[in-house]
Design a protein. Sequence first.
Length: 320
Amino acid sequence: MSVLVYTESENGKFKKTALEVASYAKAVANQIGTTVTAVTVNAADTSELGNYGVDKVLNVSNSTLEKFNAKSYAEVIKQAASKEDAKVVIVSQSADSKYLAPLLAVGLNAGYASNVVEAPSNTAPFTVKRTAFTNKAFNMTTINTDVKIVGVSNNAFGLVENSASASSENFSPSIPESGVTVQSVDVATDKVTIADAEVVVSAGRGLKGPENWGMIEELAGVLGAATACSKPVSDLGWRPHSEHVGQTGKPVATNLYIAIGISGAIQHLAGINASKVKVVINTDPEAPFFKAADYGVVGDAFEVVPALIEKLKAFKAANA
Protein backbone atom coordinates (compact mmCIF):
# COMPACT_ATOMS: atom_id res chain seq x y z
CA MET A 1 0.00 0.00 0.00
CA SER A 2 1.36 3.41 -0.96
CA VAL A 3 0.23 7.00 -1.39
CA LEU A 4 -0.51 7.56 -5.09
CA VAL A 5 0.11 10.95 -6.68
CA TYR A 6 -0.81 12.05 -10.20
CA THR A 7 2.04 14.18 -11.55
CA GLU A 8 1.07 16.29 -14.55
CA SER A 9 3.47 16.98 -17.39
CA GLU A 10 3.42 19.09 -20.51
CA ASN A 11 5.49 18.36 -23.60
CA GLY A 12 7.18 15.61 -21.59
CA LYS A 13 8.29 17.90 -18.75
CA PHE A 14 6.78 18.00 -15.27
CA LYS A 15 4.82 21.07 -14.26
CA LYS A 16 5.69 22.86 -11.04
CA THR A 17 2.38 21.67 -9.61
CA ALA A 18 3.49 18.06 -10.16
CA LEU A 19 6.52 18.58 -7.94
CA GLU A 20 4.38 20.32 -5.32
CA VAL A 21 1.87 17.46 -5.09
CA ALA A 22 4.76 14.98 -4.96
CA SER A 23 6.12 16.93 -1.97
CA TYR A 24 2.69 16.81 -0.36
CA ALA A 25 2.35 13.08 -1.02
CA LYS A 26 5.69 12.49 0.71
CA ALA A 27 4.46 14.37 3.79
CA VAL A 28 1.32 12.21 3.90
CA ALA A 29 3.33 9.02 3.37
CA ASN A 30 5.58 9.93 6.28
CA GLN A 31 2.53 10.43 8.49
CA ILE A 32 1.03 7.03 7.73
CA GLY A 33 4.31 5.15 7.38
CA THR A 34 4.33 4.15 3.72
CA THR A 35 5.89 5.03 0.35
CA VAL A 36 4.96 7.31 -2.57
CA THR A 37 4.06 6.07 -6.04
CA ALA A 38 3.59 8.54 -8.87
CA VAL A 39 1.61 7.94 -12.03
CA THR A 40 2.72 9.90 -15.09
CA VAL A 41 1.40 10.17 -18.63
CA ASN A 42 3.84 10.51 -21.53
CA ALA A 43 6.62 12.01 -19.39
CA ALA A 44 10.04 11.95 -21.02
CA ASP A 45 12.22 11.76 -17.89
CA THR A 46 10.78 10.73 -14.53
CA SER A 47 14.00 10.87 -12.49
CA GLU A 48 13.20 14.41 -11.23
CA LEU A 49 10.35 13.05 -9.13
CA GLY A 50 12.83 11.25 -6.91
CA ASN A 51 14.06 14.63 -5.68
CA TYR A 52 10.66 15.25 -4.11
CA GLY A 53 10.17 11.97 -2.29
CA VAL A 54 8.69 9.67 -4.94
CA ASP A 55 9.80 6.07 -4.46
CA LYS A 56 8.25 4.49 -7.56
CA VAL A 57 6.93 5.81 -10.88
CA LEU A 58 4.27 4.17 -13.01
CA ASN A 59 4.99 5.64 -16.43
CA VAL A 60 2.13 5.48 -18.94
CA SER A 61 3.20 5.96 -22.54
CA ASN A 62 0.21 6.09 -24.88
CA SER A 63 -0.30 8.24 -27.96
CA THR A 64 -4.08 8.35 -27.43
CA LEU A 65 -3.42 10.31 -24.22
CA GLU A 66 -1.41 13.11 -25.84
CA LYS A 67 -4.41 15.42 -25.44
CA PHE A 68 -6.10 15.57 -22.07
CA ASN A 69 -9.40 13.77 -21.66
CA ALA A 70 -10.83 13.72 -18.14
CA LYS A 71 -12.57 10.35 -18.45
CA SER A 72 -9.52 8.58 -19.87
CA TYR A 73 -7.07 10.12 -17.42
CA ALA A 74 -9.35 9.35 -14.46
CA GLU A 75 -9.47 5.72 -15.60
CA VAL A 76 -5.66 5.58 -15.80
CA ILE A 77 -5.29 6.88 -12.24
CA LYS A 78 -8.06 4.57 -11.00
CA GLN A 79 -6.27 1.52 -12.38
CA ALA A 80 -2.96 2.72 -10.92
CA ALA A 81 -4.62 3.16 -7.50
CA SER A 82 -6.01 -0.37 -7.69
CA LYS A 83 -2.64 -1.78 -8.73
CA GLU A 84 -0.88 -0.10 -5.79
CA ASP A 85 -3.75 -0.66 -3.34
CA ALA A 86 -3.56 3.09 -2.65
CA LYS A 87 -5.86 4.42 0.06
CA VAL A 88 -4.79 8.05 -0.46
CA VAL A 89 -4.62 9.65 -3.92
CA ILE A 90 -3.14 13.13 -4.37
CA VAL A 91 -3.90 15.45 -7.29
CA SER A 92 -3.31 19.14 -7.93
CA GLN A 93 -5.93 21.84 -8.38
CA SER A 94 -5.05 22.51 -12.01
CA ALA A 95 -7.90 22.86 -14.47
CA ASP A 96 -7.29 19.32 -15.73
CA SER A 97 -7.26 17.77 -12.26
CA LYS A 98 -10.44 19.61 -11.30
CA TYR A 99 -12.16 17.87 -14.21
CA LEU A 100 -10.81 14.39 -13.54
CA ALA A 101 -10.99 14.32 -9.72
CA PRO A 102 -14.80 13.96 -9.43
CA LEU A 103 -14.75 11.16 -12.02
CA LEU A 104 -11.94 9.48 -10.13
CA ALA A 105 -13.86 9.81 -6.87
CA VAL A 106 -16.84 8.05 -8.41
CA GLY A 107 -14.65 5.33 -9.89
CA LEU A 108 -12.90 4.63 -6.58
CA ASN A 109 -15.97 5.24 -4.40
CA ALA A 110 -13.78 7.78 -2.63
CA GLY A 111 -14.29 10.98 -0.69
CA TYR A 112 -12.72 14.03 -2.35
CA ALA A 113 -11.44 17.14 -0.55
CA SER A 114 -10.49 20.00 -2.87
CA ASN A 115 -8.51 23.19 -2.20
CA VAL A 116 -6.39 21.61 0.54
CA VAL A 117 -3.66 23.89 1.87
CA GLU A 118 -1.84 21.84 4.53
CA ALA A 119 -0.74 18.30 5.27
CA PRO A 120 -3.40 16.34 7.23
CA SER A 121 -3.73 17.46 10.83
CA ASN A 122 -4.83 13.91 11.66
CA THR A 123 -4.80 10.63 9.73
CA ALA A 124 -7.28 8.73 11.94
CA PRO A 125 -9.73 10.19 11.12
CA PHE A 126 -8.19 11.68 7.97
CA THR A 127 -8.62 15.45 8.43
CA VAL A 128 -7.41 18.24 6.14
CA LYS A 129 -7.56 22.03 6.08
CA ARG A 130 -9.27 23.57 3.05
CA THR A 131 -10.11 27.04 1.79
CA ALA A 132 -13.78 28.02 1.63
CA PHE A 133 -15.97 30.90 0.43
CA THR A 134 -13.59 31.81 -2.43
CA ASN A 135 -10.56 31.72 -0.13
CA LYS A 136 -12.07 34.00 2.50
CA ALA A 137 -12.14 31.31 5.19
CA PHE A 138 -10.89 27.83 6.07
CA ASN A 139 -12.62 24.67 7.17
CA MET A 140 -11.45 21.34 8.54
CA THR A 141 -12.78 18.41 6.51
CA THR A 142 -12.76 14.76 7.55
CA ILE A 143 -12.78 12.10 4.83
CA ASN A 144 -14.33 8.89 6.14
CA THR A 145 -14.24 6.70 3.02
CA ASP A 146 -11.78 3.85 2.62
CA VAL A 147 -10.07 5.60 -0.31
CA LYS A 148 -9.40 9.31 0.01
CA ILE A 149 -8.65 11.86 -2.73
CA VAL A 150 -6.90 15.12 -1.86
CA GLY A 151 -6.70 18.10 -4.22
CA VAL A 152 -3.80 20.35 -3.18
CA SER A 153 -4.14 24.10 -3.86
CA ASN A 154 -1.41 25.56 -6.05
CA ASN A 155 1.44 27.26 -4.18
CA ALA A 156 -0.07 26.26 -0.84
CA PHE A 157 2.31 23.50 0.26
CA GLY A 158 5.39 24.47 -1.73
CA LEU A 159 8.28 22.40 -3.06
CA VAL A 160 10.04 20.25 -0.47
CA GLU A 161 13.07 18.28 -1.56
CA ASN A 162 13.21 14.72 -0.18
CA SER A 163 15.84 12.97 -2.24
CA ALA A 164 15.04 9.38 -3.02
CA SER A 165 15.98 6.91 -5.72
CA ALA A 166 12.77 6.50 -7.65
CA SER A 167 12.37 3.23 -9.53
CA SER A 168 10.39 3.35 -12.75
CA GLU A 169 8.20 0.81 -14.48
CA ASN A 170 6.05 0.94 -17.56
CA PHE A 171 2.34 0.82 -16.84
CA SER A 172 -0.18 -0.06 -19.54
CA PRO A 173 -3.74 0.44 -18.30
CA SER A 174 -6.69 -0.27 -20.56
CA ILE A 175 -7.98 2.98 -22.03
CA PRO A 176 -11.75 3.10 -22.61
CA GLU A 177 -13.36 4.61 -25.66
CA SER A 178 -14.55 7.89 -24.19
CA GLY A 179 -16.54 9.12 -27.15
CA VAL A 180 -15.07 12.59 -26.61
CA THR A 181 -12.77 14.19 -29.14
CA VAL A 182 -10.54 17.13 -28.26
CA GLN A 183 -10.93 19.60 -31.12
CA SER A 184 -8.33 22.17 -30.08
CA VAL A 185 -6.20 23.32 -27.18
CA ASP A 186 -5.72 26.98 -26.25
CA VAL A 187 -2.10 27.31 -25.17
CA ALA A 188 -0.67 30.39 -23.52
CA THR A 189 2.46 31.74 -25.20
CA ASP A 190 4.11 33.07 -22.01
CA LYS A 191 7.53 31.80 -21.05
CA VAL A 192 5.96 31.21 -17.64
CA THR A 193 2.44 29.77 -17.59
CA ILE A 194 -0.20 31.19 -15.26
CA ALA A 195 -0.72 27.78 -13.67
CA ASP A 196 2.95 27.40 -12.70
CA ALA A 197 3.80 31.05 -12.03
CA GLU A 198 4.82 32.24 -8.59
CA VAL A 199 4.42 35.85 -9.78
CA VAL A 200 1.69 37.17 -12.09
CA VAL A 201 1.52 40.64 -13.61
CA SER A 202 -2.05 41.38 -14.65
CA ALA A 203 -3.61 44.39 -16.35
CA GLY A 204 -7.06 45.70 -17.18
CA ARG A 205 -8.81 48.34 -19.23
CA GLY A 206 -6.72 51.01 -17.53
CA LEU A 207 -4.04 50.16 -20.11
CA LYS A 208 -6.36 51.80 -22.70
CA GLY A 209 -5.45 49.44 -25.53
CA PRO A 210 -3.46 46.35 -26.61
CA GLU A 211 -0.71 48.54 -27.99
CA ASN A 212 0.32 49.46 -24.44
CA TRP A 213 0.95 45.90 -23.25
CA GLY A 214 4.66 46.11 -23.95
CA MET A 215 5.41 47.53 -20.51
CA ILE A 216 3.36 44.77 -18.85
CA GLU A 217 5.35 42.12 -20.69
CA GLU A 218 8.60 43.91 -19.84
CA LEU A 219 7.72 44.05 -16.13
CA ALA A 220 6.80 40.36 -16.23
CA GLY A 221 10.09 39.56 -17.92
CA VAL A 222 12.09 41.37 -15.24
CA LEU A 223 10.20 39.52 -12.48
CA GLY A 224 10.18 36.13 -14.22
CA ALA A 225 6.40 36.33 -14.10
CA ALA A 226 3.45 35.31 -16.24
CA THR A 227 1.16 37.93 -17.77
CA ALA A 228 -2.58 37.95 -17.22
CA CYS A 229 -5.60 40.16 -17.75
CA SER A 230 -9.11 40.93 -16.58
CA LYS A 231 -12.22 39.59 -18.31
CA PRO A 232 -13.11 42.81 -20.20
CA VAL A 233 -9.63 42.85 -21.72
CA SER A 234 -9.93 39.31 -23.08
CA ASP A 235 -13.52 39.99 -24.20
CA LEU A 236 -12.28 43.00 -26.18
CA GLY A 237 -9.66 40.83 -27.84
CA TRP A 238 -6.74 42.83 -26.45
CA ARG A 239 -5.26 39.67 -24.92
CA PRO A 240 -5.91 35.94 -25.45
CA HIS A 241 -8.55 34.23 -23.31
CA SER A 242 -5.82 31.96 -21.93
CA GLU A 243 -4.64 34.98 -19.90
CA HIS A 244 -8.02 35.79 -18.36
CA VAL A 245 -7.85 35.29 -14.60
CA GLY A 246 -10.73 35.48 -12.14
CA GLN A 247 -13.71 33.44 -11.03
CA THR A 248 -14.91 33.08 -14.63
CA GLY A 249 -11.38 32.58 -15.98
CA LYS A 250 -8.32 30.93 -14.49
CA PRO A 251 -8.04 31.12 -10.70
CA VAL A 252 -4.52 31.87 -9.48
CA ALA A 253 -2.79 31.28 -6.16
CA THR A 254 0.54 33.03 -6.65
CA ASN A 255 3.10 34.31 -4.18
CA LEU A 256 2.79 37.78 -5.75
CA TYR A 257 -0.07 39.19 -7.86
CA ILE A 258 0.35 42.66 -9.38
CA ALA A 259 -2.85 44.23 -10.71
CA ILE A 260 -2.40 47.23 -12.99
CA GLY A 261 -5.39 49.27 -14.13
CA ILE A 262 -7.89 46.72 -12.80
CA SER A 263 -10.77 48.13 -10.74
CA GLY A 264 -11.39 44.88 -8.86
CA ALA A 265 -14.77 43.40 -9.77
CA ILE A 266 -15.93 40.79 -7.29
CA GLN A 267 -15.52 37.98 -9.84
CA HIS A 268 -11.89 38.97 -10.44
CA LEU A 269 -11.13 39.22 -6.72
CA ALA A 270 -12.67 35.79 -6.11
CA GLY A 271 -10.31 34.25 -8.64
CA ILE A 272 -7.11 35.79 -7.27
CA ASN A 273 -7.89 35.95 -3.55
CA ALA A 274 -5.70 32.93 -2.76
CA SER A 275 -2.59 34.85 -3.85
CA LYS A 276 -0.37 35.57 -0.87
CA VAL A 277 0.64 39.17 -1.64
CA LYS A 278 -1.48 41.45 -3.82
CA VAL A 279 -0.17 44.77 -5.20
CA VAL A 280 -2.50 47.23 -6.94
CA ILE A 281 -1.61 50.16 -9.21
CA ASN A 282 -4.59 52.34 -10.12
CA THR A 283 -5.40 56.03 -10.64
CA ASP A 284 -8.69 55.70 -8.74
CA PRO A 285 -8.15 55.68 -4.94
CA GLU A 286 -11.71 54.34 -4.53
CA ALA A 287 -11.13 51.27 -6.72
CA PRO A 288 -12.50 48.17 -4.92
CA PHE A 289 -9.21 46.35 -5.46
CA PHE A 290 -7.49 48.55 -2.85
CA LYS A 291 -9.62 46.99 -0.11
CA ALA A 292 -8.24 43.54 -0.98
CA ALA A 293 -4.66 44.69 -1.62
CA ASP A 294 -1.67 44.23 0.66
CA TYR A 295 0.06 47.16 -1.04
CA GLY A 296 -1.46 49.88 -3.19
CA VAL A 297 -0.09 52.61 -5.42
CA VAL A 298 -2.41 55.44 -6.45
CA GLY A 299 -0.93 56.69 -9.68
CA ASP A 300 -0.84 56.58 -13.46
CA ALA A 301 0.34 53.16 -14.65
CA PHE A 302 2.12 54.82 -17.57
CA GLU A 303 4.34 56.62 -15.06
CA VAL A 304 4.52 54.06 -12.24
CA VAL A 305 5.24 50.90 -14.24
CA PRO A 306 8.22 52.24 -16.28
CA ALA A 307 9.73 53.66 -13.07
CA LEU A 308 9.20 50.32 -11.32
CA ILE A 309 10.87 48.47 -14.20
CA GLU A 310 13.93 50.70 -14.03
CA LYS A 311 14.22 50.32 -10.24
CA LEU A 312 13.92 46.53 -10.51
CA LYS A 313 16.54 46.39 -13.27
CA ALA A 314 18.93 48.50 -11.18
CA PHE A 315 18.32 46.30 -8.14
CA LYS A 316 18.98 43.11 -10.11
CA ALA A 317 22.13 44.56 -11.65
CA ALA A 318 23.45 45.61 -8.22
CA ASN A 319 22.71 42.16 -6.77
CA ALA A 320 23.76 40.00 -9.69
